[in-house]
Design a protein around this ligand. Structure first.
Ligand SMILES: [Zn+2]
Length: 395
């Protein structure tokens, strides 16, 4: 189970997939549709496989009631693991909008990164700690049920829950990102070296190695005839590998954006368009001439709108000379405006809808930032950072 994979995907922050269930401490709990498949598989393998085999004398209905109870309590355990992470995260001042239960367990969606290695460590450890406590709890209950001479199936269900919770704790402590153990490793390395991005890279690399190991091992199991169990490992491996990959990439991007402000990358020398410009001239003298996809529209020194190539596409050629920029432009509004002090993370989020933002300072136009410009900036930063890393490795 990739039980401990709090994902920090900004794009998904407000989008909860699957079915919303209820809230715990303000956190929306949801289940993904893929979850039903695994729920049924586990219940079926217990009720139609394990229990009839281990306790041949019971009625079929008893097997299914025991299987259903064990499966529900298993998922409640996975949920408790995730909620533990989230409650500690909230106590350390982070926002946790939602937890979604997936095929491989649960994923908490943290709104942001932990602010220091200490809180990262505590958030990471909370999940496995909860699983081990639950394992002990169910183990104690199974002993008690044995003393009271309850139906052996009840004891088997409790023992099963003790085992899966222990397994959940152990599996998640494997030291590869995105598993909890990878986060622990990352926190320790982060505290030692002071660099979150290097710590994440190390933990993600180990996570990818572990994921490949799972895929290969699962493949060998399939070849040896254990089809379901083998495929299972392969799927978990593929899932973990992709999370390790995207988790690291996103972290690097966020890291680069966080330090910079709009003023650092804005273009001051901007080509301006007049609102009265006919559209045929706009295409010939601006779009084709400069090669940009959009221009700010100015009435003297005041920005009044933004015109982009999509505004003129689809207008018949013979109509173009008769129409002016003013008729097709998007009038200026607050959503187009930023200040030079705006962090790039915020500007980047807003540019997903609009390709360019106008930078205003004290009511005056001072520059322009575009998505292309921002991507070029990130490309440059990445090249410089890679060079830095190579130099450090050589020393
Ligand atoms: Zn966890």
């Amino acid at each position: 189970m990739g039980g401990g994979a709090p994902s920090r995907s900004e794009g998904n922050k407000n989008r909860i997939g699957g079915i919303k269930l209820f809230r715990i401490a303000g956190i929306q709990i949801a289940i993904d549709f893929s979850w039903f498949i695994i729920f049924f598989l586990i219940m079926w393998s217990l009720s139609a496989g394990y229990f009839p085999h281990a306790f041949p004398r019971e009625k079929t209905s008893v097997y299914w009631i025991a299987g259903l109870s064990a499966t529900i309590l298993f998922f409640a355990s996975v949920l408790a693991h995730e909620v533990s992470h989230s409650l500690v995260a909230i106590r350390h001042g982070l926002s946790v909008p939602s937890i979604t239960l997936f095929v491989f367990g649960g994923v908490s969606q943290l709104g942001e990164e932990a602010k220091d290695p200490g809180s990262e460590l505590r958030i990471a450890v909370a999940g496995p700690a909860c699983s081990f406590v639950l394992a002990g709890f169910f183990y104690a209950l199974s002993l008690l049920a044995g003393r009271l001479a309850l139906n052996p199936i009840v004891i088997a269900v409790l023992a099963y829950l003790a085992l899966v919770n222990a397994a959940l704790g152990v599996f998640n402590l494997i030291p590869g990102f995105p598993l909890d153990g990878g986060r622990v490793l990352r926190a320790i390395y982060w505290a030692k070296k002071g660099s979150l991005s290097k710590a994440t890279k190390l933990a993600a690399d180990i996570g990818k190695i572990f994921a490949v190991f799972l895929i290969v091992w699962g493949g060998l199991q399939v070849l040896a005839g254990a089809l379901i169990g083998g495929l299972w490992l392969v799927f978990i491996g593929i899932f973990l590998r992709s999370v390790a990959q995207s988790g690291y990439r996103e972290m690097v991007l966020r890291h680069m954006l966080e330090a910079a402000r709009v003023g650092d990358i804005m273009v001051r020398d901007v080509v301006k368009v007049q609102p009265g410009e006919p559209l045929d001239r706009l295409i010939k003298d601006y779009f084709l001439h400069y090669g940009y996809k959009g221009f700010p529209v100015f009435e003297d020194a005041t920005p009044v709108g933004v015109v982009s190539i999509s505004d003129v596409l689809g207008i018949p050629a013979d109509v173009l000379p008769a129409k002016s920029v003013r008729e097709v432009m998007t009038p200026i509004s607050g959503k187009f405006l930023v200040s030079p002090d705006t962090p790039l993370t915020e500007a980047f989020g807003r540019m997903r809808q609009d390709g360019r933002l106008l930078v205003m300072e004290d009511g005056r136009f001072v520059g322009l930032i575009t998505k292309t410009g921002l991507l070029r900036f990130l490309e440059l930063k990445r090249a410089l950072e890679e060079q830095e890393e190579t130099r450090e490795r050589q020393e």
